[in-house]
Each structure stands twice: as structure tokens, then as C-alpha cells.
Design a protein around this ligand. Structure first.
Ligand SMILES: CC(C)(COP(=O)(O)OP(=O)(O)OC[C@H]1O[C@@H](n2cnc3c(N)ncnc32)[C@H](O)[C@@H]1OP(=O)(O)O)[C@@H](O)C(=O)NCCC(=O)NCCS
Length: 277
């Protein structure tokens, strides 16, 4: 309880903004300090290499930095650059030891995602050291592992996440044409199976899985049209199920025989229905 209160106290003081040019040495300092202290005893500490070129790139605005501040003090930072094609690459996420586990790292990543959306970027990516076990941290934000690479005795995990910009989503009016095919598709899902938003989009000719969510919101007959069988690509449920939220959706899936492992559907891959046209 005290822990939660402390987190609340920290987060109520924290805000995120773009770094100013004269703040580079402070950012460099806190990054160095943060990287010296691992997340757990058995995780490896990697020293961040800070080249002169990096400072130059920041000054030339080729690399950008978001900082988290508590009061006037910078306590966390994340660097990023827009790289080709349509990719926002980020690196050197760092939070000072005394401010960890309060949500600052998560806040920096979600602010970065907002920037990516505004810029119309299609993908966010990063590389992290396998030894640091940080892949699990990023998976929580929806990042997926692209590949693991051995590089000079380091095992690098390349991760990425698709970003959908709101500009991609046409106005709801045009979507009405898709209601019949989507609802028709949902009716075909066998009991005890689920489908991803992506699959519904693909099968029904929608350009973006997010549009599926909008169409599901038009459902007024949850018993006839089982929109609760549409879940996220990672086996979790999306927020906002129209008929009782997460609890309502979980209940209906359980009644179908679907089991859960924490927030995730158990044996998700086997439960996924690949669909028919
Ligand atoms: C990684 C780091 C930025 C996280 O910042 P943070 O503000 O503590 O993160 P948040 O508060 O948003 O998240 C904390 C959660 O992430 C988990 N987490 C943090 N580091 C982790 C790691 N290396 N592996 C797995 N989980 C990790 C915590 O256990 C906690 O989980 P919980 O919410 O289930 O309790 C911070 O630990 C840090 O500065 N580390 C050293 C530098 C570093 O390794 N940077 C990343 C380079 S890619």
C-alpha cells in the first residue's frame, strides 16, 4: 500500500516534454547512472556508448529526446529518431534508480507512441540486450520480437510494433458498408474459438484492424453476433467490449470453454480460428 502511495506521489509530480539543447549533459549523466544499475541482480549491466556524434545529431535535431521531469529535475529520458522507411527508432531509455517502478518508463514509451501517431509513422522499433531481459518489458507495450542476433558477444533482440495513425481511419459513415460482411464473418466463428482484429480486417477487406473495433461498436445483438470472440493479436482482450467490458467479455468466452492464463487466453494459438471466406 505504502509502495502504491509512493508511486502515486512520484507520478503526480512527473511530466514529459522534449529536451532542450542545453540539457544534453544532464541526460547523458542520468543515462550513464541508470545503465549502471540493473533491474535485477542477475541482469547484466551494459554501458551505453555515448559518442560525440550522438551529441552532434541531437544538436542538429536528427536525434530527439523526451525527458521525464519531477519538479525541475530530469529523472528519465528516451532518445529517438525517425528512420527510414516510416520508422521511429528509439534507444537509451533510462530512469533513475529511485524513480523506478512508478511508471515513468511506461509513460515515456506511451508519449513516444503519441508522437509516432502524430507523425504518421507506421512502425516503432528498438534493439535491446538479450541479457537484460528487457524484451519482456517491451512485450507489455505490444512490441514483438523480430529477430535475435549475436553481435560481438552481445545478443541483441530486435523488436517492433505497428503504429496506426488516426489519420488512417476514415470517417465512420464509410464504414457502414462493412457492417454486413463483418457481422456475417463473426457468425461463422465456431464456439470455443476466437479471432484477431487483424484477421477480421483482412477477411472483410478493411485496411486497418482498428476499424474492426469501430464496427463491433455498432453491434446491438450480442447473442446473435458474437463480437466477444474478437481479441487482440497477443491473446489478450482489448478494452471496451460493449456489453460489460473486460469482465463481460471474459465471462462469455469462459462460457464457450475458453480458459485464461492471467490476462491471456490459454493455448491461444490453438484457440485462434483462421476463418473461412
Ligand atoms: C528499463 C527502465 C527504463 C524501466 O523504467 P521504470 O520507470 O522502472 O519502468 P516502469 O515503472 O514503467 O515499469 C516497471 C515494470 O517493468 C518491469 N521491468 C523493469 N525493467 C525490466 C527488465 N529489465 N526486464 C523485465 N521487466 C522489467 C518491472 O518489473 C515493473 O514490472 P511490474 O509493473 O509488473 O511491477 C529502468 O529500469 C532503467 O532505467 N533501466 C536501466 C537502463 C536500461 O536497461 N534501459 C533499457 C535499454 S533498452
Amino acid at each position: 500500500m505504502l509502495f502504491m502511495f509512493n508511486n502515486y506521489k512520484i507520478m503526480s509530480k512527473v511530466s514529459v516534454r522534449r529536451a532542450k539543447l542545453n540539457e544534453y549533459s544532464r541526460i547523458k549523466f542520468i543515462t550513464k547512472l541508470a545503465y549502471k544499475i540493473p533491474y535485477k541482480k542477475d541482469t547484466l549491466v551494459t554501458k551505453p556508448h555515448e559518442s560525440k556524434d550522438e551529441e552532434c545529431q541531437f544538436k542538429k535535431k536528427k536525434v530527439h529526446i523526451l525527458v521525464a521531469t519531477a519538479g525541475n529535475k530530469i529523472v528519465g529520458a528516451i532518445r529517438y529518431k525517425l528512420s527510414k522507411p516510416n520508422n521511429l527508432y528509439f534507444f537509451k531509455l533510462a530512469v533513475l534508480k529511485t524513480y523506478r517502478n512508478a511508471g515513468i518508463g511506461s509513460l515515456l514509451i506511451s508519449e513516444l507512441e503519441k508522437i509516432a501517431k502524430k507523425k504518421g509513422v507506421q512502425k516503432m522499433s528498438l534493439d535491446c540486450a538479450k541479457e537484460k531481459k528487457l524484451d519482456r518489458y517491451y512485450i507489455k507495450f505490444g512490441f514483438k520480437i523480430e529477430k535475435v542476433e549475436d553481435k560481438n558477444r552481445h545478443r541483441l533482440v530486435h523488436m517492433s510494433k505497428k503504429v496506426y495513425s488516426f489519420a488512417d481511419i476514415p470517417k465512420c459513415a464509410g464504414l457502414t458498408n462493412y457492417i454486413t460482411p463483418v457481422f456475417g464473418f463473426l457468425k461463422k466463428i465456431p464456439t470455443g474459438r476466437v479471432v484477431s482484429y487483424g484477421l477480421v480486417a483482412k477477411r472483410c477487406g478493411l485496411s486497418n484492424p482498428r476499424l474492426v473495433g469501430r464496427i463491433l461498436k455498432q453491434n446491438t445483438e450480442p447473442k446473435k453476433i458474437p463480437c466477444y470472440r474478437v481479441v487482440r493479436e497477443d491473446g489478450r482482450l482489448a478494452d471496451g467490449y460493449k456489453f460489460g467490458g473486460l469482465i463481460g467479455q471474459t465471462k462469455r468466452l469462459r462460457a464457450d470453454g475458453i480458459e485464461f492464463d492471467g490476462a491471456k487466453i490459454k493455448n491461444f494459438k490453438e484457440m485462434l480460428w483462421k476463418g473461412s471466406r
